[in-house]
Design a protein around this ligand. Structure first.
Ligand SMILES: *Cc1c(COP(=O)(O)O)cnc(C)c1O
Length: 437
């Protein structure tokens, strides 16, 4: 019984976030000011972020205390989350491997994203911010921030990539139920949006453009700040609640993982899940664990990108970050895993990948949906198209274990459910899905 589903008591929920910057093998290359190309001055970031999040962005201490209000919100929305053993999947595959998955889909928003959204809303509120502006692609981040805005009483404006705004109406409904203002991007609310719409009234939009619009809104309005759902150090930091819970749960089982897997869009769920264990490895307390990030072949940032400084958005308003990038003007094909369609990745993850601490693989769209279907049929949970990438990698390793008769323990992060992505599954089952590469 206990082996099938490992839960934690509310009191066991971690009281601190883990900051990998304390343990990196070398200092992280600093973000650069887009105008001077010098390291960004923290004061300049105060235009768009509250001071405490800027402090966390640059912090070097290994642990940062989670405020009581944020722990309360974590508890409210479903933390601690369970760790499951995928026994039925193992049996279906006929593998000697043991497969575990961490259920981040059980939050109200259906993904890991509220872990940082509630923390960001809390710190903004505490510093007198009245409105948060943000971008969303497929809608998961917008949903998470809208939920956090509702819980803490902060207004939220979401710039939603125009194609998704029209193709994914239910995500928009969720955000609006939480009280957020949702506008298709490019929009008429910003100068950048108006310029793009003048050139092309039917502009489909992109994540990079929506980020530019949200930043412009934060810069131009009093008491409005910008909020980002991935990539930045403080976002990854907040997500480490996930990996710390996993360590506790594996300890209860007396299990040490051989492989830890997560899908990578901007890197936040992978990092949050893997960094607490990876930190042990960096400190020499743990060896022989492999860490694998999984990305779409249509947006192969780690596997095909270049390691260099690049902008986080299309307009070039953000600081330059040293990361693996496909170029800030790269527009990936419209795969269903919208959350993985980002041209860059978190700088710490890129550094660790560059130094060989993390591996990466890329999969084509159809093979990930096949994995999602197998998982739904065996385990009963329907993975988000993003999560299907992690499921695919876990299945492939488990099948390799079968060929080699190897009893590895595989743990992966189940970043979200796919209940609002059924169109993708439908296209897959009707054979209408592209490879997406
Ligand atoms: C947004 C999202 C991702 C990708 O973002 P990361 O920052 O790389 O974690 C993955 N899975 C789900 C379910 C998402 O909503």
């Amino acid at each position: 019984m206990l082996e099938q589903k490992v839960t934690l008591e509310p009191e066991e929920m971690p009281k601190k976030w883990y900051n990998i910057l304390a343990d990196l093998p070398e200092p992280l290359p600093p973000p650069l000011d887009p105008e001077t190309k010098e390291p960004v001055k923290p004061e300049k970031l105060e235009l768009i972020f509250p001071r405490e999040l800027i402090r966390q962005e640059m912090a070097r201490e290994r642990y940062i205390r989670i405020p009581e209000e944020v722990r309360d919100a974590y508890f409210q929305i479903g933390r601690p989350t369970p760790l499951y053993r995928a026994r039925r999947l193992e049996r279906y595959l006929g593998t000697p491997a043991r497969i575990y998955y961490k259920r981040e889909d059980v939050s109200f928003a259906g993904s890991h994203k509220p872990n940082t959204a509630v923390a960001q809303a809390y710190y903004n509120l505490r510093e007198g911010v009245e409105r948060l502006a943000t971008e969303t692609g497929a809608g998961q981040w917008g949903t998470a921030l809208s939920l956090a805005g509702a819980l803490f009483g902060i207004d939220v404006t979401v710039f939603m990539v125009a194609v998704s705004y029209h193709q994914k109406p239910y995500r928009r409904v969720m955000m609006e139920l939480y009280g957020a203002q949702v506008v298709p991007s490019p929009s008429e609310l910003t100068e950048y949006g108006r310029k793009l719409r003048a050139e092309n009234p039917g502009h489909p939009g992109s994540l990079g453009i929506a980020i530019s619009e949200a930043i412009e809104m934060a810069v131009r309005h009093e008491n409005t700040k910008y909020s980002l759902g991935s990539v930045l150090n403080h976002v990854l930091l907040h997500q480490t609640i996930v990996g710390q819970e996993v360590l506790l749960q594996l300890e209860k089982l007396d299990v040490t993982p051989d492989v830890m897997i997560g899908c990578v869009g901007g890197g936040s769920n992978f990092a949050g899940f893997a960094y607490p264990m990876l930190g042990r490895k960096l400190r020499g307390e743990q060896d022989d664990v492999r860490f694998i990030g999984v990305e779409p072949a249509a947006c192969p940032t780690l596997t095909k990108g270049e390691y260099r400084y690049d902008y986080g958005d299309t307009a070039g308003m953000t600081p330059l970050l040293k990361m693996y990038t496909l170029g800030h003007e790269f527009v990936p094909s419209p795969i269903h895993a919208g959350g993985l369609r980002y041209h860059g990745d978190a700088p710490s993850l890129c550094l660790l990948y560059h130094r060989g601490y993390i591996e990466a693989v890329a999969y084509e769209q159809t093979s990930t949906f096949e994995a999602g279907r197998i998982f739904a049929k065996t385990e009963g949970v329907i993975p988000a198209p993003e999560t299907c990438h992690a499921v695919r990698a876990a299945i492939d390793i488990a099948l390799k274990c079968k060929r080699k008769d190897e009893e590895l323990t595989i743990v992966f992060n189940f970043s979200g459910h796919g209940l609002l992505d059924l169109q993708g599954y439908r296209d897959y089952m009707e054979g209408r899905l592209g490879q997406g590469a």
